[in-house]
Ligand binder design. Structure first.
Ligand code: AN7
Length: 394
């Protein structure tokens, strides 16, 4: 399969794969030449995993894999009924090996790092990227370096990054500052940067689109939380490619959800702009999407406009309610950022046709952020170790 990295702004094409950004400052995208692709999979719902779609993934060597993808797709009829909708699904990306969708990107990104002869990989992270990168770095024998906003990353994610052997540095600043630092450090130290500005990482994440089509055909609408805006860009690219290759005939309305305290893409879309104004001090309980200056904003905003989608903002209270609904009514445990997709669905339910096929992506697992859970649910009740005391509190 032939592909080039192409600038989404000026159209310049690069043979060199060891770059992240065009000289003009534009984001890059891996553009596959459809005439050189031989589709060797069937959309039959079987054998779901990222590497089922290898013929559309731009890597040449044996992948560094932990059997990512193939996540569960649940129909959520109780939540749907409350909203007077008939076809609502949740694709639970929290069931990936590290507990988030980032694994789809990392299996491709880390494989590319090895292909390029890199010895070390790096990222800034609100947590999940770090956890996933540490895991795949370990699997691929690479050194891993992580910059986090100190005190603002869910405990489970920090624990993962540490245990899988990353060098973890908490900076006294936010994610946007960490990303700007790690971009420069990576250049100086020849680390392969695995934030979502890396076009190959997004290639892995586009398989969410492929898998949804494999399972239920093309939905009418796809809803997901938006932070650094890589995932919405990647999933849109996945659908766009399938359409270009003649495998599907429509693209779902891409619907991006942000927290009110970290909402630059929402603000741009309601003003019909193509560029964001960064939020300088982003804040939300959904620390995964506590991002004020998303690097993939221009890709994401195009994905929303071109697909006829929208952007929505939700409050922390709405996020917590959605997290509880998913957990207590449907048995699906997700972290706060992931619940934003259901909170967003609730907000726009009136505008959705009742028979629309809607897929909400829940991006990360409940276990990632136990502290957020305790802060909203409280501690367990204590009782003496005897039957009478237990019956009393029941
Ligand atoms: C659970 O880990 O940015 O819009 O550094 O962990 O593609 O950034 C995490 C993002 C949604 C937003 N849900 O995805 C990181 C990081 C969860 C996340 C997002 C993240 P993008």
């Amino acid at each position: 399969m032939d592909y080039v990295l192409k600038c989404i702004e000026c159209g310049r094409e690069f043979e060199n794969e060891d770059i992240y950004i065009c000289d003009c400052g534009g984001l890059l995208e891996a553009v596959i030449n459809p005439d050189t692709v031989e589709i060797d999979f069937k959309f039959d719902g079987n054998n779901l995993k990222v590497w089922k779609y290898r013929c559309l993934l731009p890597v040449k060597i044996k992948p560094v894999s932990l059997q990512e993808g193939g996540t569960a797709l649940y129909k959520v009829d109780k939540i749907a009924k409350e909203l007077e909708l008939n076809n609502v699904y949740v694709k639970h990306e929290g069931l990936n090996p590290s507990g988030s969708f980032k694994d789809r990107g990392m299996t491709v990104g880390v494989t590319k790092a090895i292909e390029l002869g890199k010895k070390a990989i790096a990222c800034a992270s609100t947590g999940n990227t770090a956890a996933s990168m540490a895991m795949y770095g370990a699997r691929g024998n690479l050194k891993t370096y992580v910059l986090l906003p100190a005190g603002k990353v869910a405990l489970g994610k920090v624990a993962q990054a540490l245990m899988h052997g990353a060098k973890v540095i908490g900076i006294k600043g936010n994610f946007d500052e960490a990303l700007s630092i790690v971009r420069e450090v990576s250049q100086k130290e020849n680390f392969y940067l695995l934030n979502s500005v890396n076009p190959f990482r997004l290639e892995g994440q586009k398989t969410i689109a492929y898998e949804v089509v494999d399972e239920i055909g093309v939905p009418d609408r796809l809803i997901l939380p938006v932070g650094n805006a890589g995932n919405i860009s990647a999933i849109y690219k996945g659908f766009r490619e399938l359409k270009e290759f003649g495998l599907i005939d429509k693209i779902p309305k891409m619907t991006g959800i942000q927290a009110t305290g970290a909402n630059p893409i929402y603000k741009a879309v309601i003003d019909n702009r193509e560029d964001i104004e960064p939020v300088v001090k982003p804040e939300t309980i959904a620390t995964a999407i506590r991002i004020g200056n998303p690097v993939n904003a221009r890709k994401a905003i195009r994905a929303i406009y071109e697909s006829g989608g929208i952007a929505v903002e939700v409050t922390d209270d709405e996020i917590i309610k959605a997290q509880k609904d998913l957990a207590a009514k449907e048995g699906i445990g997700v972290e706060p950022a992931s619940a934003a997709s259901i909170a967003g669905l609730r907000k726009i339910a009136d505008e959705i046709d009742k028979d629309e096929k809607v897929v909400c992506i829940t991006t990360g697992n409940l276990l990632k952020d136990p502290e957020a859970v305790i802060s909203v649910c409280g501690e367990p009740i204590e009782a003496e170790a005897d039957i009478v005391s237990v019956l009393e509190v029941l």
